[in-house]
Structures are given as C-alpha cells and as structure tokens.
Design a protein around this ligand. Sequence first.
Ligand code: HEM
Ligand code: HEM
Ligand code: FE2
Length: 447
Amino acid sequence: MKYQSQKVALYYFAGAMALFVAQVLFGTLLGTVVVKPNFLADLVPFNILRMIHTNALIVWLLMGFFGCAYYLIPEESETELHSPGLAVLQFWLFLIGAAAAVVGYLFKIHEGREFLEQPLWIKLAIVVVALMFLYNVTMTVLKGRKTAITNVLLMGLWGIAVFFLFSLYNPNNLVLDKMFWWWVVHLWVEGVWELVMASVLAFLMIKLTGVDREIVEKWLYIIISMTLFTGILGTGHHYYWIGTPTYWQWIGSIFSTLEVLPFFAMVVFTFYMVWKGGRQHPNKAALLWCLGCSTFAFFGAGVWGFLHTLAPINYYTHGTQVTAAHGHLAFYGAYVMLNVAMFTYAMPLLLKREPYNQLLNMWGFWITTSAVTFMTFALTFAGVVQTHLQRVLGMNFMEVQEQLALFYWFRLGAGLFTLVGVILIVYSLVVPGKAAQATKAGYQPAE
Ligand code: HEM
Ligand code: HEM
Ligand SMILES: [Fe+2]
C-alpha cells in the first residue's frame, strides 16, 4: 500500500465480507425452506428470503468492487484519492441504504422485478451513491497517471451506473419491461462487470507475477474487446420467448455462444502470466484465488452458460434448475472469487501484516469451491430431471418438485459446507495470525 487514501478500501472490504456471510446464511435458510416448507413459515416467506439472498449478493459484490477501485486506483494513478472523506461517507450511505432495503423487504415493501426489488427511493439513493463514487474515482484518474487498467475499470464502473438507470424505467408493456430488465441483469454480468473483472485481474497479475505491464495490457484489451463484441448482442439469449422478434433466436444463440471466448481467454491469460512471470510473491493464497476465479468463471459462465444458451435447448430448460445451477457457479466463479482474490491480496497490506493465515485461507478456498461445485452438480441433475418430466412429459410442476427432493437435500448439505468455507475465509483475513501480532509498527509487507 503506497498511498494513505487506499485505506478507505478497508471499510468496503469489511462491509462486503460481513454481507457475504449474511448472503450465504440466508442461502442456507432458503435451501432449508425448499426441503422443509414449514421452516420459518410464520416469520418470513420463501420469496422474501430469496430476495434477501440475491440482493445481499449483488450489494456485497458491488461494495467489493467499490473497495477494489478505491484500493487499486490511487496505486495505478500514482496519486492520492480525490476525496477519502467522501468515500467514507459514501460507504455509510450505501450500507444504511442496503440495511433499510432489507428491513423494508421483511415488512413486504418491495417491487416485483427480480434482483431489482428495491423500492423507488432506495433505487434513487443508489444512484446518488453511484454518483458520489464515480465523481471521486474519475477525478482521481483524471489528475493522475492513466493506465489501461484504470481506463477499463472506469469504463466498467460507468457502465454499471448507466445500465442501472434502466431499473428506473418500468414500462407497462410486459415485453418491453422484460427487455429492459435484461439491460441491467444481463448487460451487468455479461458486459460491464466483466470489464471490472478483467481489469482487477490484470492489476493482480502485475502485482503477483511481476510480468511486464505492456504484456498484461495487451491481454486486457483483447479480452475486453471480445467481451463487448459478444456480450452486448448476447443479450439476445434472453429474448427468445418474451415476445420479441424471432431473429433474436439466431442472434442470441450465436453471440452468446461466442461469449465463452473472453472467459476462456481469461483462463489462458492468468495461467500464462503465472507461468511467464518469475516473481515468487509471498501471498500464494491471493494467486490461488486469481487462478480459481478465471477457471470457475469459465466453467460457471462459459460451460454452464453454453449448456442452455442455444435457443432449441433453452426452449426446454428455460427457468428450470439448470438456470439456478448456472447462476450459482457463474456468480461464484466470476465475481465472488474475484472479490475474494482482491480481499486476500489487499487485506494483509491494509492491515500491515504478512499474509499469515494463508493455509486457513486456502482451506477456505477448497471447501467453498468444492461445496459450490457440488451444489451446482446437484442442481444440474435436478434441472435435467425437471426438464424431462415437466417440459418433455408435461408432468405437473409440483409433482415434479417432489421428484427433485433428493437433489434439494444435496444442495442443502453442500450449502452448509459453503457457509463453513466462507466463515473460514473471512476469519483468515480478519483475525491476525500469531506471528502477525508480533509485527512491529511501521512494518511494510511486500506489495
Ligand atoms: C459471469 C457471468 C454470468 C453470470 C453471473 C450469469 C448469471 C445468470 C443468472 C443469475 C441467470 C438467471 C437470471 C434469471 O432468470 O433470473 C442467468 C441466465 C442465463 N444465462 Fe447467465 N450468467 C453469466 C454468463 C453467461 C454466459 C457467458 C452465457 C452463455 C454462454 C449465459 C447464459 C445464460 C442463459 C441462456 C440464461 C437464461 C436461462 C433461462 O432461460 O432460464 N450466462 N445467468
Ligand atoms: C457464494 C455462494 C452463492 C451464490 C453466488 C448464490 C447465488 C444465487 C443466485 C444468483 C440465485 C438466483 C438464481 C436464479 O435466478 O436462477 C440464488 C438463488 C438461490 N440460492 Fe444461492 N447463492 C450462493 C449460495 C447459496 C447457498 C449456500 C445456498 C444454500 C443451500 C443457496 C440456495 C439458494 C436457493 C434455494 C435459491 C433459490 C432458487 C430457486 O428459486 O429455485 N445459495 N443464489
Ligand atoms: Fe445473459
């Protein structure tokens, strides 16, 4: 950590980790309700728990991205943050807004669109938070050194804000409503969030492998060109059955299939950089998370996305547990692991200690990753059975759900392991190891 103002990232990382635990905890409650429908039934219904689970996910991932930006931008731009005070204020506003939304959900104050259930005033508060953030990071980048990493990161962050505006546009026509809903949900995760992912990975590759910036930047540009070329028209894979013209079945199938390419390129990029770079960075755990991130993003988004992205296949699988399987592995691989990679890299530097708890952190990596993978397989099998019984044989929805009980129990079991793994990860980053307590004041670990 070279700049004092990078410290504001600590608020965001701490907040994100707390919400990460909460999100996964709500996931396990949700998984329990699926197999024991009366569980908590008097207190909170399934749809509210689900909303808290998915919203907490999005909020903590965004909070983590904010933290990544505040950590990375001063170092890349070689200048202090424009306003650290504004960054701290923005953190509290965001946290209070998120908490208010959850309390609102518990009292059934929410809107209907999945992932965007926040009432209007919360959405407006989010826009204010986003403006404070964009102003702060953009001013910093403008006054400092400009690099490919800061350019791409800023493009991604501005894109996140611009597409969020479509959550405010809620046309009465159901087809248009759905169409623009995907402009947030799809163009985020398969567009602008990918730019954030690629730039943060590029930053970590420079730091951890010591490969020349020029080489990393070339890769970064190739990856994001592929992302934008494929991801924007790839939105078509959500336009198959919502009332849009049928040419979307072709456009969506072709371009979303090509979306696998940037994810594959990120795998090649990270492994190639590690192979090429001679540097033996002491933080091995952070490197493990980077490699895990590109690999599991490729499987979750690329392979599990491709499984159901061709229109003739999606015709049968649409909205089944196949979708849930993909949703879990893709979010986990791409964005959960990216954030954890950055936390694992930056927390020891922010707290001025060696990365002592690496072994514990790596246990967290393997337990969480295996558990989410197992969960994905359980849901995939459930989805295949569901597709056949419900969509091919035409069995009744609830009868089919009964047939899936065993898979749902497996999911719950894997979910509990996920929770344990996540707690281990957070513990390893927050609680100092024995040796760390002996670290002298003023000590600087390796960047
Ligand atoms: C990191 C990137 C990605 C994330 C986080 C992600 C996440 C998700 C989520 C959560 C859904 C469910 C949305 C809903 O109906 O509520 C979904 C749907 C879908 N995703 Fe992805 N996805 C990613 C990338 C991809 C890619 C690259 C492909 C194609 C190769 C893909 C193909 C699909 C398809 C076809 C659906 C619609 C499923 C249906 O009809 O029910 N996704 N994705
Ligand atoms: C880091 C880990 C996790 C991530 C990234 C994640 C992500 C998601 C996403 C994106 C959805 C919406 C899926 C869709 O629209 O198709 C979802 C729903 C759900 N999640 Fe998770 N989740 C995680 C952990 C868990 C855990 C540990 C459980 C526990 C069993 C769980 C259980 C569920 C359930 C039951 C649903 C509702 C599925 C449905 O409506 O059929 N999740 N999660
Ligand atoms: Fe999509």
